[in-house]
Design a protein around this ligand. Structure first.
Ligand code: 2NL
Length: 344
């Protein structure tokens, strides 16, 4: 019996030695230590062993069982360690590899131009005022001396929400609201940037929604000279110290007199080129002295106060600045277009 036990132990240890995975090892464990295994068998055969020998055999069985168990445990640890090592080997991370670049965004070119223009006027003592994009017919038209029969009030030209409410067609209503809030106090010295809406078919130079910046100064003794001085300073800050401006007579219902303002061509310096159509001048804004009726409706006595106002389209300014040929580029959000302004 002793020999049989020794032989079982050797067999078991040899088999343990040969297996390489956990399932096979479990099978060996079941085979030798399981209920139907040879060791259990030996224990059953103890009935035939003499009383003196029984404790010795019992002890031997326990020793062998322990040795097989030790062998199983060692092998299990070895298999698990090997698997772990393989896994670690496979999942090695090279921390010296360069990372995936994260593409960085940047401010929209129109936002940049708006801020540039705001900064120039803030430098001249202006404040920035904002107001609603959904306006009443009164603030958008009536208070700006646009009579009911005026073609600009045609339902076809504006986005009306009701008969009395529409998407603002310019930022002038913000200026009207600001004057009314100031209740006749001076000076009024504001610029109003914001989105405006016109019912137009979009093409390379027209957009049904665009950005306008308007400016307004109201005080005693404001003259057309103040208008010229402020706008010349703006042109020099925007396009360089060599920039010149000229005023041409024009018409707006809310200003009298009115003038279009041209700046010496920023492409050719006034010599004449494609951009200025060989005139040397480029139109950048409309302006004028605030109409007495507009002052009066906004709570300012036109006998005592006067003012000037101007308005410009930001897209046009930005297109001239960067040489952009289609206004729709600003609104299609093609990253190939937008990414070009990372550097400017
Ligand atoms: C243009 C011309 C202009 C104004 C806007 C204005 C506002 C008030 C009173 C009088 Cl509250 N005038 N704004 C004046 C002249 C021209 O805009 O071509 N805009 C794109």
């Amino acid at each position: 019996m002793k020999e049989r036990l020794e032989q079982l132990k050797q067999e078991a240890l040899t088999e343990i030695d040969q297996v390489n995975d956990i399932q096979a090892l479990t099978a060996v464990k079941v085979k030798y230590l399981g209920k139907k295994g040879p060791i259990t068998e030996v224990l059953r055969g103890m009935a035939n062993v003499s009383a003196e020998e029984r404790p010795l055999i019992g002890k031997l069985v326990n020793e062998i069982r322990e040795e097989i168990e030790r062998g199983l445990n060692l092998k299990e640890t070895a298999i698990k360690n090997k698997a772990l090592e393989e896994k670690l080997e496979k999942e090695t991370i090279d921390v010296t590899l360069p990372g995936k670049p994260i593409s960085q965004g940047n401010r929209h070119p129109l936002s940049k131009v708006i801020e540039e223009i705001e900064d120039i006027f803030i430098g001249m003592g202006f404040e920035v005022a904002e107001g609603p994009e959904v306006e009443s017919d009164y603030y958008n038209f009536e208070a700006l001396n646009l009579p009911k029969e005026h073609p600009a009030r045609d339902m076809q030209d504006s986005f009306y929400i009701t008969e009395e409410i529409l998407m603002r067609t310019h930022t002038s209503p913000v200026q009207v609201r600001t004057m009314l809030n100031k209740k006749g106090n001076v000076p009024v010295k504001i610029i109003c940037p914001g989105k405006v809406y016109r019912r137009d078919d979009d093409d390379a130079t027209h957009s049904h929604q665009f950005i306008q910046i308007e400016g307004l100064v109201v005080d005693e003794n404001i003259t057309m000279t103040d208008l010229k001085g402020v706008l010349l300073n703006f042109a020099k800050k925007m396009y360089g110290d060599h920039a010149k401006i000229r005023l041409r007579p024009s018409f707006f219902p809310f200003t009298e007199p009115s003038a279009e303002v041209d700046v010496s061509c920023m492409m050719c310096g006034g010599d004449g080129c494609r951009t200025c159509k060989n005139t040397g001048w480029i139109e950048i804004l409309g302006s004028g002295m605030v109409h007495p009726k507009v002052l009066e409706m906004a709570g300012y006595d036109p006998e005592r106060y006067s003012g000037f106002a101007f308005g410009m389209g930001v897209e046009r300014i930005a297109m001239l600045k960067y040489g952009i040929d289609d206004i729709r580029h600003f609104y299609t959000n093609d990253l190939r277009f937008l990414d070009q302004f990372k550097r400017v």
